[in-house]
Design a protein around this ligand. Structure first.
Ligand code: HEC
Length: 453
């Protein structure tokens, strides 16, 4: 089955997915796993120490967390499905064929999570006294479901970077329990607690004035911070040791882009400063230093979320020319299709091109070839603008480049299509870069109207 192509103007497809997926990761890890686990522990403290403050803190923080997780968390989660199935339908379709059952199980786990957390919240004031213990167990069962979600999804995410033997043996089990599965799962869980502790401290400062409780709670979250920050560091290191070195070499570039990639010291400097700030925060927490922790809380929130963004960016970027290594390129062309497309042609074999455009107009053809081959990562006039990339080159120069995209930068896939199509696209890009084609807003999938000379 052939899917239509969508391109997000200006932002680009990759950035569109990231703008939804990164907030989802922050909420699902930091709040749905991290913060709610700490809430259940806080409730337990309230019970064990007969402390009203812990009890009230847990309940209020739960209300806030539930609103965000069942609202924004769920919507951004569904958003990932919506966006990826529009922008990357072949990729998500292939993943579904391999991982149908884990995703099915994950759907059940997610539904149970929502049901349990709502019951947990609405029985807070009724399951008291004798039933308080059961209420805490109910909270604990939520944690089990949310961790099982993380378990199921991480198998799929790990596969997209380290598919192991799957391209050859097509074995489900080697695909799911791939080499980066375990380190990534442990990394994500520690990340969840790290974010959870930071969010808890932020909520504590935002809502609590009473100084003895504030100090006591801060000390506890300081402990959680120091353990989870250290664990995140250790598991990141483990994770990156199992990532193939061919991918790892792109890590710094993925963060700095070509503009700064010749200055890796920027990458190391900024990361080291961020890590230092997080550990300082953990240390202040451990010592119960309310004033100093308060100064740091907003920068620490920003730094921790930036680390999540960086991690996801690196993970998604470094698998380079592939969407599914060994099987599918980032532009959704299968590795094994390339020889066919090079020989028989991309346009002739495209259902959507033949259905929606009007004959052999070289501009439409060029735009379509660009959309198929390059639009996953390049836009026209926006992020990673293709015009900038080919500017100043002759049409023949672009023609040659199109035959060598995979050699120019190691994370670009090859152009798929015949030499004649390569010629058509070179002409299109050349005109585009020289301002001879004007973009129109109303065009369908090729973001282009007309060919004013
Ligand atoms: C997997 C994503 C991806 C795909 C698909 C992709 N590119 Fe790129 N391309 C990049 C990135 C990332 C850069 C580097 C951007 C930067 O300079 O920061 C780049 C850079 C380039 C450059 C400049 C290279 C240089 O060293 O000067 C050209 C030219 C280019 N791309 C053309 C293409 C063409 C043509 C296609 C389609 C056949 C394509 N790319 C497909 C990601 C991609």
């Amino acid at each position: 089955m052939q899917f239509p192509i969508f391109q997000t103007p200006y932002l680009g497809n990759g950035m569109t997915i990231a703008l939804d997926a990164v907030p989802h990761v922050i909420i699902s890890h930091g709040l749905a796993i991290g913060a709610i686990t700490l809430i259940v522990i806080s409730e337990y403290f309230g019970f064990r120490k007969s402390s009203r403050e812990w009890e009230a803190f847990a309940k209020e923080f739960l209300r806030f967390t539930i609103i965000i997780t069942t609202g924004l968390g769920a919507i951004t989660g569904v958003g990932i499905w919506l966006i990826t199935s529009a922008l990357s339908p072949r990729g998500i379709g292939s993943l579904l064929r391999i991982f149908f059952w884990p995703w099915f199980a994950e759907w059940i786990a997610f539904t149970l999570e929502v049901i349990v957390i709502l019951i947990y919240y609405f029985t807070w004031d009724t399951w008291t006294g004798e039933k308080k213990k059961q209420h805490i167990y109910l909270g604990a069962s939520y944690i089990v479901f949310s961790l099982s979600s993380a378990f199921l999804i991480t198998g799929i995410l790990g596969f997209m970077l380290t598919p192991d033997g799957w391209p050859w043996d097509k074995s489900f089990w080697s695909a799911f329990f791939n080499p980066s599965f375990l380190p990534q799962l442990l990394l994500r869980v520690s990340m969840a607690f790290a974010l959870g502790a930071i969010f808890s401290v932020a909520f504590l400062f935002a809502t609590r004035r009473e100084s003895a409780f504030r100090k006591e709670a801060l000390r506890f979250f300081g402990k959680v911070s120091s353990i989870s920050f250290s664990a995140t560091g250790i598991f990141s290191w483990w994770y990156f040791t199992v990532v193939p070195s061919a991918f790892k070499t792109h890590a710094i570039f993925s963060v700095l882009t070509s503009r700064f990639s010749q200055h890796p010291e920027i990458f190391y400097g900024i990361n080291a400063a961020g890590i230092f700030m997080l550990f300082l925060f953990a240390l202040f927490g451990l010592r119960g230093a309310v004033f100093l922790s308060r100064i740091l809380i907003i920068p620490v929130l920003l730094v921790s979320m930036s680390f999540v963004m960086e991690f996801e960016r690196v993970r998604e970027f470094i698998r380079g020319p592939y969407l599914l290594p060994g099987y599918m390129y980032a532009n959704q062309v299968l590795l094994k299709e390339v020889p066919l497309l090079d020989k028989a042609g991309m346009l002739k074999n495209s259902y959507w091109y033949n259905m929606t455009t009007h004959g052999p107009d070289p501009i439409n053809q060029g735009a379509y070839l660009f959309a198929e081959n390059c639009s996953m990562c390049h836009t026209i006039g926006g992020v990673n603008d293709i015009k900038e990339r080919v500017k100043g080159r002759t049409e023949d120069g672009i023609f040659v480049i199109l035959g060598h995209t995979q050699d120019m930068v190691p994370f670009m896939p090859p152009f798929s299509g015949t030499d004649q199509e390569r010629r058509i696209m070179a002409g299109f890009l050349h005109q585009l870069a020289n301002g001879k084609i004007i973009l129109g807003a109303s065009s369908r999938f090729a973001p282009l109207r007309g060919g004013e000379k």
